[in-house]
Write a protein that binds this ligand. Sequence first.
Ligand code: SPV
Ligand code: MG
Length: 551
Amino acid sequence: MTVLPKREPEASAEPTKAALLRGELRSPKLSFLMEAHNGLSAKIVEEAGFRGIWASGLSISAALGVRDNNEASWTQVLEILEFMSDATSIPILVDGDTGYGNFNNVRRLVTKLCQRNVAGVCIEDKLFPKTNSFLGEGQPLADIDEFCGKIKAGKDSQLDPDFCVIARIEAFIAGWGLDEALRRAEAYHEAGADALLVHSKEKTADEIFAFMKEWGNTCPVIIVPTMYYATPTEQFENAGISTVIWANHNLRAAISGMRDVCKQIHESQSLVNVEDTVASVKDVFSLAGQTELAEAERRYLPQKDESAHAIILAATRGDSLGPLTEDRPKCMIDVRGKPLLRTMISTLREGGIRNVTVVSGYRKEAIDIPAIDIRTNANFAETGEVASLSCAIDRLKDGTCLITYGDILYRSYILERLQESDADITVVADALWRERQTQKHVRDFVQCDHPFHPDYLEGDTARLCRIGTEIPPEGIHGEWVGLVLLSPNGAKVVRDEIEVMSTDGSLQKADMPDLFNRLVESGHKIQVQYITGHWLDIDDPFDLAKARNFL
Ligand code: SPV
Ligand code: MG
């Protein structure tokens, strides 16, 4: 195989959104811009296949619940445009009204639009604060020279060479006629406008066609046929028009749709009749791009093993607790108003282990915790821990498995660190076993290939040599806390060993340390993760008092 030399990434050949808009305006084919007024409607415009968006002033205002009279400030509109631009990859032509002031406001507007990757702005030759073109008669028009200054200021401020400044001629709207429209067209074209938007509120397109006859293709012309909607579209193409804006139809469709659904729900006080008539919740998630987030989470978030589960060995009574365990097993004794087992399960779930199997025995009926899998070791009084574990042997099949005693409490970081282990079998041992104040006679000590070293910055791990109650003090390196993590491979090793033990007669009496010693003796590596305190087990009233302080 030939290894190619590494190459610097080439500069992206992707056209900017402004270049795309410019391409649409200049293309010999009729282009269409569809109205949108927020991120969602912008996405729907793109999804429908449109190649450009008209960010309508009327629709944005209406969607904000205000009038199309510059009641929304230009920065409020800018915020909406930013959402629209971020949500889509097609160009946006913004309805910039009269430019929100004089030439200076236009300069700042254009710069900010470029920074937000908006492709172009359309400014109209009326006065600030503007009035919608379909309201009233004889609206005053801007002075031509003053308006040309705005066009020039806009062009001089653009950060992208392809950004488009469109000059909108309102001469027909104001009732000034064709000659005035043409006079303004000449002046605005001369001032540097990239295209003209010629507006009309007639029921027919006659004014527009008369303008086109005179203007020809001196520069691209955009129209808004909201009022002359019945004119066949091919007539626009034949007249040499560059671009048609469908100016407010998403907003109007939303109004009708929302009114219908509100009325129905209000009248019926039920959702049953509307459910199938509205977009599904799934559709909402899909439009919001939820799938991409899920993929990103897989890429960037630490991954929890969803298949991980825990087996809690909780079959014994806990005789030393006397009357406290008369009617319940030790795992169900109350520690600060909550059964011990419930606290243990919460710690596991916080650590991402949702599947929990509890092996019960003594007073199993007292274990009333929901959403756990309960197994029973009916011979709990005569058997040991490995016999209890064998009651859940089927759980040692799929994925990582944590086995824990049912009478321990530990800080959650201990579980977190244990879950980071990449060994097949990892046991947790307390290196501060000497400091642990306990009256217990039976403690599972570990002897390892090296002792805990307090200088290690990272958690110290060692290899288990032996575990049990009989290790002489000089050989003890720690005390097993009753937690062992098995990788899928480690779980198989343990399962196989339990099967061997069930045939050689050793299963019934064996405790977990016996199982570990067998594995070590047959050459399996067991990793020891040292901790320094921050855990306890509960065997007697003295431990119980400590547990109350621990929580
Ligand atoms: C808009 O959509 O806000 C427009 C077009 O400016 S019109 O409402 O026809 O004036
Ligand atoms: Mg408008």
